[in-house]
Design a protein around this ligand. Structure first.
Ligand SMILES: [Zn+2]
Ligand SMILES: [Zn+2]
Length: 286
């Protein structure tokens, strides 16, 4: 029993160390970029920074374990109900086709999961934590309630596995190139689109997401419920939710305040008395 506890602790420490190294790497890239190419003036040590650091470690350490629970049901569904012919047809595609098609399927799943998180009041309670940030920088990417994080990742991964892009139902990111690439790109890109950077992609802005694209998703006083995709703005164009003017939003956040402490934020959506004033249920006007 003692050795099991020691092994678990050692594993936790090793993962925490890896997370810390990853964080330093992100800071080395983004802090200077945000200083020299800032979209709006902002201090590095801004309000909510410590909370976001807390989410960075919490979600980094807990996500895989939490996500494995709903994904195990997907694995069972694949084995029981998905025809072998479909799985084999997908398996026969060449690796680049699998990556591109798998990526688009995953992004489409993410888009609809994210859109639901804005329109279903129960899901919005959790997702509102992410939208509570009043200033944006790369680290806001990690500000997400674990329930919100698991739901959005599940919505991105499940359709991919159900269509055979996860190696015949073997749910293991490490031995699956396609899920690995399809998970890694949005993870890294997520930091970029939250970053306080003025970079735009000109005529390619409809193709790949930019900070401006996602910053409009966080607007407080501009049109809400736009730009749900993580990486592919053309999905928003396809589904009627793209909003990408030349200027940037004036302010960020939501009308309903959320608690200041991390532990209170984690419990907040679960409290029965929570009645967020804003459910963001307005449909965008086309
Ligand atoms: Zn959102
Ligand atoms: Zn965001």
């Amino acid at each position: 029993m003692d050795s099991l506890i020691n092994e678990t602790l050692a594993d936790l420490l090793a993962k925490t160390w890896n997370m810390a190294v990853w964080l330093v790497g992100l800071a080395v890239v983004f802090v200077p970029l945000e200083y020299f190419c800032a979209a709006t003036p902002k201090k590095v040590f801004r309000k909510g920074l410590l909370i976001d650091l807390g989410y960075f470690f919490l979600n980094g350490l807990a996500l895989a374990s939490l996500l494995s629970i709903p994904m195990s049901f997907v694995a069972i569904a694949v084995q029981r109900w998905i025809p072998d012919a479909l799985l084999e047809a997908t398996a026969d595609l060449n690796v680049w086709t699998k990556i591109v098609v798998g990526f688009v399927i995953s992004e489409t799943g993410y888009y609809w999961g994210h859109r639901l998180s804005h329109h279903v009041p129960f899901l919005w309670r959790f997702h509102a934590i992410h939208h509570s940030a009043e200033q944006l920088d790369f680290l806001v990417n990690t500000r997400a309630h674990p329930v919100d994080m698991v739901f959005s990742r599940f919505m991105a991964l499940a359709p991919m596995y159900l269509l055979g892009f996860g190696n015949k139902g073997r749910i293991s990111v490490s031995n699956n190139l396609v899920p690995l690439v399809v998970t890694l790109i949005p993870t890294v890109w997520g930091y970029f689109i939250h970053a306080n950077l003025k970079w735009r992609f000109g005529p390619l802005e409809w193709l790949f997401s930019t900070p401006a694209f996602h910053h409009w998703h966080h607007t407080k006083s501009g049109p809400i419920n736009r730009n749900f995709s993580s990486n592919l703005p053309w999905l928003d164009a396809l589904f009627g939710t793209l909003y990408l003017p030349k200027e940037l939003p004036q302010d960020y956040g939501i009308d309903s305040p959320v608690p200041d402490k991390l532990i209170d934020q984690l419990l907040y959506p679960l409290a029965p008395e929570v009645a967020l004033k804003e459910t963001r249920q307005q449909e965008p006007t086309p």
